[in-house]
Ligand binder design. Structure first.
Ligand code: UDP
Length: 325
């Protein structure tokens, strides 16, 4: 059985669906602070928190868990700058609870949701896994701290891990059973789609004076189902008792203005914009090299076209806003 911590959230729920369709049994733990119970459509669900060490021990004793996948974290860069304590408690301390409960119960396979925010302001792109890690936010630092802990645990104990450094997760399940749903929403694509659907009046463009061709930030958008496929492949790697770190991106960058333009094309809506100040903690360009994941995991993104990615997000966005899920 695969234990999916944070499996009611955006990425975790897509991984749960993907693994369930591959025939894996899954157990989901989520405190529902950000996740949605409606997203746990596969596997078993326990509502609970990583603070609760007794619960973790009980779960590991009761269920036949072979691998733990850990998605539960706070992920808002801006919030982490204002309230670092809650990021270190939630993302670092709680992960230690999970790792220690695994140790105690001899469970030794771990897949970690890491982030391109561990790199900070890159000195060159596309970013490879051996690029220096100098995170510029408590969020990025909290994820890097866990990566270091994982490295130490794998050296000291019978323990293997795969850390997956996601670039910008986007899109939704092509069958629209689940998708992106954050409250409040801070991410670019769902905010633009909110404008397209009439929930917001305009999109703020955070910074038009970056050192990029049109002055707006460039990001590497990767479809959430491609991320899910990479987790499945990471699971296979762990079965060979190996530990690795991989970037997961498309290797292509799109500026904020290009994303807005593609959303106009996909939705047929006008989508008014306002030019605003830069948002703190945003590097100008983040583009990842996924050559290592392609070579070792034999992973290949299926959704490499940004328009296809946004189309799945738009399908889901309309469903989310027009129906009660
Ligand atoms: N962004 C923007 N307006 C918004 C939300 C985001 O201009 O309302 C920009 C943001 O500054 C960044 C890019 O869009 O350059 C992607 O931001 P998002 O929050 O989606 O992901 P991040 O790169 O922060 O993980």
């Amino acid at each position: 059985m695969i234990f999916i911590v944070g499996g009611a959230g955006y990425i975790g729920s897509h991984v749960n669906k993907f693994l369930s369709k591959k025939g894996y049994k899954t157990l989901i733990l989520d405190n529902l602070s950000k996740g949605h119970e409606e997203f746990v459509k596969w596997g078993e669900f326990i509502k609970g928190d990583l603070k609760d060490k007794r619960l973790l021990d009980k779960i590991f004793k009761e269920y036949n868990i072979t691998t733990v996948m850990h998605f539960a974290a706070l992920t808002d860069v801006r919030e982490s700058i204002k309230d670092p304590g809650s990021y270190y408690r939630n993302n670092v301390k709680n992960t230690l609870n999970l790792l220690d409960a695994m140790q105690k119960n001899n469970i030794n396979r771990f897949i970690f949701s890491s982030t391109c925010a561990v790199y900070g302001d890159p000195i060159e792109t596309p970013i490879t896994e051996d690029h220096p890690c100098n995170p510029i936010s408590p969020y990025g630092r909290s994820k890097l701290m866990i990566e270091k802990i994982l490295e130490d645990y794998s050296n000291a104990y019978d323990f293997n891990y795969v850390s997956l450094r996601y670039f910008n997760a986007a899109g939704a399940d092509p069958q629209t059973e689940i998708g992106e749903w954050h409250e409040p929403e801070t991410h670019l694509i769902p905010i633009i789609l909110d404008v397209a659907i009439g929930k917001r009046e305009n999109v703020q463009i955070f910074g038009t004076d970056y050192p990029t061709p049109n002055g707006t930030c460039i990001r590497d958008y990767i479809h959430v189902m491609d991320l899910a496929d990479a987790h499945y492949k990471a699971l296979k790697l762990l079965e060979e008792d190996k530990s690795e770190i991989f970037n997961l991106g498309n290797g292509d960058g799109f500026s904020v203005k290009e994303i807005i333009e593609t959303c106009r094309e996909v939705t047929g809506e006008e989508i008014p914009t306002i030019e605003s100040d830069r948002r703190p903690g945003d590097p100008p360009i983040l583009i990842g090299s996924s050559k290592k994941a392609k070579r070792i995991l034999r992973w290949e993104p299926e959704f490499s076209d940004i328009k296809d990615i946004i189309e799945t997000a738009w399908e889901w966005h309309q469903k989310l806003n027009n129906e009660i899920i």
